[in-house]
Design a protein around this ligand. Structure first.
Ligand SMILES: NC(=O)c1ccc[n+]([C@@H]2O[C@H](COP(=O)([O-])OP(=O)(O)OC[C@H]3O[C@@H](n4cnc5c(N)ncnc54)[C@H](O)[C@@H]3O)[C@@H](O)[C@H]2O)c1
Length: 287
């Protein structure tokens, strides 16, 4: 028996990176997957997003685990299209037990357009709310909602990131902070129905979002056009453990735990998979 045997999970941002890793691990542990991704670029975000063939590859990986994948190319900002995709996916796969609101952008350009703030908030905050809200009517006791936050949520709340990543960076930090607050408050609302709501907060993760020119520039404001090597010299600054980043699979293990019945009384948590980044940045407050 897998740890999420017979469950159905919807994952946004599933075409690559952490979303693909979550899809693969949940499928390996017995879940069928509704995989959602925008599969096209967003203009204010200065690195490419996934492509349709990436989403196809995620479906192939799910099927390789002997499970079923239902894929839909949808923008999480479009609540009506998202609702239609989830409804069809639930009809195809029979039920919905797990919601993983993972899709995100990081349009971190210093001096970038104000549209970057709007897009970061619309994707990273409103996109999370949209996915959860269109999924809720399908969820029953035992269901689990998991939102992807970031170490940036803790840093933004303390104003300790020390980075000037432009309007998009400000929007990103704000969105992730509000996702944390939302998870906290929604958990209380849904607890009487035995529906759980938690957040995972990764530090740097080894994905295309991290390995992007705007991210390199945010980590190396001292250089023009910094390379991956330049950025990797400073990536570890965020973490207490001396690593530049973690792997998508490290976050997937946390998602699997929160999705599974092993976590049946775990709700309202802000689970940091951050190599000690938050404890490094935030002094102990006594609670
Ligand atoms: N990579 C990091 O260092 C890092 C650190 C902390 C948190 N995060 C968060 O982890 C999550 C996953 O990011 P990742 O690291 O896998 O990056 P990624 O860029 O590899 O994956 C993000 C996925 O989301 C999709 N997406 C973007 N906008 C979308 C939209 N409007 N609608 C639907 N899909 C959309 C992209 O096409 C892509 O497939 C994000 O929420 C991100 O903010 C990432």
């Amino acid at each position: 028996m897998g740890r999420v045997e017979g469950k159905v999970a919807v994952i946004s941002g599933a075409a690559r990176g952490q979303g693909r890793s979550h899809a693969r691990l949940l499928a390996a542990e017995g879940a069928n997957i509704i995989a959602i991704d925008v599969c096209e670029d967003i203009a204010s975000n200065d690195y490419p997003l996934a492509r349709p063939e990436d989403l196809d590859e995620t479906a192939r990986l799910v099927e390789k685990e002997g499970r079923t994948a239902y894929t839909a190319i949808v923008d999480v900002r479009d609540r009506a299209a998202l609702a239609a995709a989830i409804d069809t996916g639930v009809t195809e796969l029979g039920r919905l037990d797990v919601v993983v609101a993972n899709a995100g952008i990081a349009p971190l350009t210093k001096g970038g357009p104000r549209q970057a703030f709007i897009d970061a908030v619309d994707v990273d905050l409103v996109g999370v709310l949209n996915l959860v809200h269109v999924s809720l009517k399908h969820l029953k006791a035992g269901a689990s909602i998991i939102a992807t936050g970031s170490l940036a949520a803790s840093l933004a709340s303390q104003n300790t990131s020390g980075m000037d990543a432009g309007p998009g960076g400000a929007g990103y930090g704000f969105a992730k902070q509000v996702v944390s607050h939302y998870v906290n408050n929604l958990a209380l609302q849904l607890a009487p129905e035995f529906i759980r709501v938690n957040a995972v907060h990764p530090t740097n993760v080894n994905t295309a979002m991290l390995h992007s020119p705007p991210m390199y520039a945010a980590f190396r404001p001292d250089l023009d056009n910094p390379t991956r090597e330049d950025a990797e010299a400073t990536f570890p600054i965020l973490n207490a453990m001396p690593v530049p980043y973690i792997e998508p699979e490290d976050v997937s293990e946390a998602v699997l735990y929160l999705a599974s019945d092993a976590a049946r009384y775990v709700t309202g948590q802000q689970l940091r998979i951050d190599a000690g980044g938050a404890v490094k940045a935030i002094p102990w407050s006594g609670s």
